[in-house]
Design a protein. Structure first.
Length: 162
């Protein structure tokens, strides 16, 4: 994806953030089966440390935070400040204390080696297909940009068209 395309995509996500936030309850219900599949397929459980790449307005991060409980943690990332703010506001509204937020691009994640037990990236449609996830590189992800920042036991990247 060219820099111009990336900028256009990020602008579109910025402009749509208020609608994602406004319709969060509907979106959560609509994507509940996808969220449940992510949790089951990655075997996320209590005590896990989970990274959600391109988490948008907070799902599945918020639901995963409930699953991992207070002994676990979730880090929700997104390239768009407005999406991060929407996710943070919803976590506060739900009283979730085991979730943190980071504005960053998927291909330049600012985390230490071995930071997470699981990595999920459910909404990768429209994003650059590069993500820094160490040796866990699924088909379709550019290995050349993958940094050894993360060594998850479990990784799920779904192509969900929105």
């Amino acid at each position: 994806m060219s820099q111009g395309q990336t900028n256009d995509t990020l602008r579109e996500w910025r402009e749509s953030a208020k609608y994602w936030e406004k319709h969060a309850a509907t979106i959560r219900k609509m994507f509940a089966p996808v969220t449940q599949a992510l949790i089951e397929e990655t075997r996320i459980s209590e005590g896990d440390r989970v990274l959600d790449v391109a988490g948008g307005p907070g799902e599945p991060s918020l639901t995963i935070a409930e699953v991992v409980g207070l002994t676990g943690s979730v880090t929700c990332t997104d390239a768009v400040r407005e999406m991060v703010a929407a996710a943070r506001d919803e976590a506060h509204r739900r009283g979730l204390e085991n979730i943190s937020f980071e504005q960053c691009l998927a291909d330049s994640l600012p985390f230490e080696d071995n930071s997470f037990d699981a990595v999920v990236m459910p909404r990768s449609g429209g994003h650059d297909d590069r993500v820094a996830v160490g040796d866990f590189i699924p088909i379709g992800v550019d290995k050349d940009c993958a940094a050894p920042a993360l060594k998850p036991k479990k990784l799920i990247i779904l192509r969900v068209g929105l």
